[in-house]
Design a binder for this molecule. Structure first.
Ligand code: PEP
Length: 239
């Protein structure tokens, strides 16, 4: 199973930034890893034009509907049409800033799969939930959205909310513990496909190698540090 290293560009970059990113992005053969870029929607086809083998494209979100009168939403069918292979679902900024409910996540995942995309389903606890000893309970509730999807292909990103964009990275042991629990949940509930579990939250070139050295951390979802080509390259090639 190849490791997956993802760049979530959030609501950053215009076309000229993308151009200068790829002018400085070192090309190398992705023999042992998949790299996925998640830019803003209007940049998808532009970013795609710079990608080479082993580098893939993903949307940052998608609707749970195929099409219709849903102003401002994006269909996974259009993402596929624009060259995406992946889509983020349930990113913490969608859950906590835009108040997307856990109940709609299963529908989004299924819709994305039907459109031919591979979802990267994000889960993670808030600081107060961790401090109250509820981390695993919260994660398992979020994983409940996957019920009925035991036969489909997707990946998971464990992203503790307190670590996203804060500079506070989870310790390798803490991340690894949650990854083990997620993998236990998947095998107990009879998920059939190989599912990678990525870590995300303040990943930098200084901590990427340590995190990836855990044998149950199957890749990284990188936000802020992926905006810079040299830094992201160092992360992607850290192991
Ligand atoms: C993210 O956007 O998923 C993320 C983990 O952000 P950052 O790396 O900036 O914490």
């Amino acid at each position: 199973m190849k490791r997956l290293v993802c760049a979530n560009w959030k609501m950053y970059k215009v076309k000229s930034d993308v151009k200068s990113f790829f002018e400085r992005w070192e090309r190398y053969e992705m023999i042992d890893k998949e790299i996925v870029f998640f830019p803003q929607f209007p940049l998808l086809e532009f970013v795609k034009s710079f990608l080479t083998k082993g580098e893939k494209l993903g949307g940052q979100n998608c609707s749970d509907k195929k099409e219709g009168a849903f102003t401002g939403e994006v269909s996974p069918y259009l993402l596929k049409d624009c060259g995406c292979d992946y889509v983020l679902i349930g990113h913490s900024e969608r859950r906590h800033i835009f108040l997307e409910k856990n109940e709609i996540m299963g529908g989004k995942i299924l819709n994305a799969i039907n459109a031919g995309l591979k979802p990267l389903y994000c889960v993670g606890e808030k600081l107060e939930e961790r401090e109250a000893g509820k981390t695993i309970e919260v994660i398992f509730n979020q994983l409940d959205a996957l019920k009925g999807l035991e036969n489909v292909e997707f990946d998971i990103a464990y992203e503790p909310v307190w670590a996203i964009g804060t500079g506070k990275v989870a310790k390798k042991e803490d991340a690894s513990f949650v990854h083990t629990k997620i993998k236990e949940f998947l095998s107990k509930n009879d998920f059939k496909k190989e599912i990678r579990v990525l870590y995300g939250g303040s990943v930098k070139k200084e901590n990427a190698r340590e995190l990836l050295s855990a044998d149950n951390i199957d890749g990284l979802l990188v936000g802020g540090a992926s905006l810079d080509p040299e830094e992201f390259y160092r992360i992607a090639t850290s192991i």
